[in-house]
Design a protein around this ligand. Structure first.
Ligand code: ADP
Ligand code: ADP
Ligand code: MG
Length: 497
């Protein structure tokens, strides 16, 4: 297959830049597409060429398949990288790209079609002995039948949209009385959001950890895994903090899950980058959740522990090259953690926040990587994902990585919008996270918005600080203060002791 000399990136923000940087290092010329809201965006300036593809709403710009392909052909691009989100998991797009004689940087349309349906995916991987969450394996519409199945599985159960994604289309049902109501809602939500009302039922695992495996396949039948990422710190069933490796996997379990992940990929005749998501239960059992047929938001943690550039690898595989390594050549080096720095307000249910980046200063230093698409003074558009940046750190051990993340968060200065930075620090300092003893209910179990505020007067920290102040001044009172300040100190004592 031909070498790619020019690449169009059908995306925006941090991921568009991230892809273009690797392309540039490979001597590949880059083409950006942008909506009217992104005229001054960094990815537009970074690219060798850039084309406006429509108004701000993504349905009128970043999701316009025909327009994007037209730009690719007009600019002489040989290939299209879809990033994540937008058209990245759209098999019709992948098919159209190839039909027009261009290379799609990703898996085949057939693999995407199979894995795009959670139900079809489960059916396919089950044949390869990959364990599934107990539940139904076909879409279910009959309420009475569904109820009987839920009873057999045992409450609580989860009703899921087969076409779901991005944490949407899921409903937990605690008991039989709520079943009918929740099922009706799930079907109508799935129909509205994904144009497909198929739902199925899974056992709701009570203390799950989300552990996923990065896999890579080439067009010659070779598949390897690049170890796991733990993504259990989630809000709205979506990840906020990710790390590699997971704090709970033993080498034996890693090997077992890695083999299951490779088998799942083989079940889809998969090539290029993909992710097999598992739920890991307290008792050490694990179940296949779904496959994401694209580059994942959190891929940098895998890059840091393996030393590989996954985008370069994606491009080489798309060109037809064989994987340049075998499973036994791969090893984990150190520990990496990523925080999704989103424009959202942790104090207000993590709802997206909009505004202008009045201050924006990135952290720097050894082992700190920032993938972002914004600069000081830029407006956060309302039309897209609230992800501002990914703050990623790498260190020799998990403990050192957490310490580095805290330092990097403290060195990251953003004003004008609320962000998840303070929340990230809360996670890094929390004893349960530090001990590696947590699950997807971390936020529900431990987080209260008021914990992000400065310690209020009377808290242990401020008491200690006040006491230190008092002791210091009692020992060596500054001359100016000595004459006047005995009263305030004794007043403080009266109030406090
Ligand atoms: P990851 O597993 O890579 O973390 P996310 O679930 O966070 O994936 O999704 C990555 C991006 O894709 C986000 O921008 C998210 O909003 C978007 N996304 C994922 N699935 C869908 C979907 N079915 N519909 C719309 N957007 C989606
Ligand atoms: P999406 O396509 O939205 O990413 P997933 O099936 O990957 O959907 O599930 C997203 C998240 O929802 C998981 O990371 C996990 O936190 C939670 N989840 C999914 N299935 C279950 C389950 N059976 N039990 C408990 N939690 C689940
Ligand atoms: Mg998922």
């Amino acid at each position: 297959m031909a070498k790619i000399k020019k690449l169009l990136v059908a995306n925006r923000g941090e991921i568009a830049l991230r892809v273009m940087r690797s392309a540039k290092e490979m001597g590949i010329r880059t083409v950006a597409v942008f909506s009217e809201a992104d005229r001054n965006a960094m990815h537009v300036r970074f690219a060798d060429e850039a084309y406006c593809i429509g108004p701000p709403p993504s349905s009128e710009s970043y999701l316009r398949m025909g327009k994007i392909i037209e730009v690719a052909k007009r600019s002489g691009a040989h290939a299209i990288h879809p990033g994540y989100g937008f058209l990245s998991e759209n098999e019709d797009f992948a098919e159209l790209v190839e039909k027009e004689g261009l290379i799609f940087i990703g898996p085949s349309a057939d693999s995407m079609r199979l894995m795009g349906s959670k139900l079809a995916a489960k059916e396919a991987v089950a044949k390869f002995d990959v364990p599934l969450v107990p539940g139904t394996s076909t879409p279910i519409t009959d309420i009475a039948e569904a109820k009987a199945i839920a009873k057999k599985i045992g409450y609580p159960v989860l009703i899921k949209a087969s076409a779901g994604g991005g944490g949407k289309g899921m409903r937990v049902v605690e008991n039989e009385n709520d079943f009918e109501n929740q099922m009706e809602r799930a079907i109508s939500e799935a129909t509205a959001a994904f144009g497909d009302g198929s739902v199925f039922i899974e056992k709701y695992v009570l203390k799950p950890r989300h552990i996923e495996f990065q896999i890579f396949g080439d067009k010659h039948g070779n598949v390897v895994h690049l170890f796991e990422r733990e993504c259990s710190i989630q809000r709205r069933h979506q990840k906020v903090v990710e790390e590699a490796p997971s704090a709970v996997l033993t080498p034996e379990l890693r090997q077992k899950m890695g083999e299951a992940a490779v088998n799942a990929a083989k079940a889809a005749n998969y090539y290029n980058a993909g992710t097999i998501e598992f739920i890991y239960d307290e008792d050490g059992s694990f179940y296949f959740l779904e496959m994401n047929t694209r580059l994942q938001v959190e891929h940098p943690v895998t890059e840091l522990i393996t030393g590989l550039d996954l985008v370069k690898l994606q491009i080489r595989i798309a060109e037809g090259e064989e994987l340049p390594f075998r499973q036994q050549d791969l090893a984990i080096h150190g520990h990496a953690i990523e925080l999704r720095v989103c424009a959202e307000d942790p104090a207000n249910s993590f709802l997206p926040d909009i505004g202008t980046l009045q201050t924006y200063t990135r952290p720097q230093g050894h082992g700190v990587r920032v993938d972002d698409g914004y600069e000081e003074g830029m407006k956060i558009p309302v039309h897209y994902d609230p992800l501002l940046a990914k703050l990623v750190v790498h260190a020799q051990t998990r403990s050192l990585a957490m310490d580095k993340m805290i330092r990097a968060i403290e060195d990251y200065h953003i004003s004008g919008v609320e962000t998840t930075l303070g929340f990230g620090k809360f996670v890094m300092q929390h004893p349960a996270f530090r001990a590696g003893n947590f699950n997807t209910r971390f936020i529900e179990n431990y987080f209260k918005p008021e914990m992000l505020k400065e310690p209020p007067a009377g808290s242990e920290e401020s008491l200690a600080a006040a006491l230190a102040f008092v002791l210091h001044h009692q020992q060596k009172p500054p001359t100016a203060a000595r004459a006047t300040s005995t009263a305030p100190i004794s007043k403080w004592r009266k109030n406090r002791v």
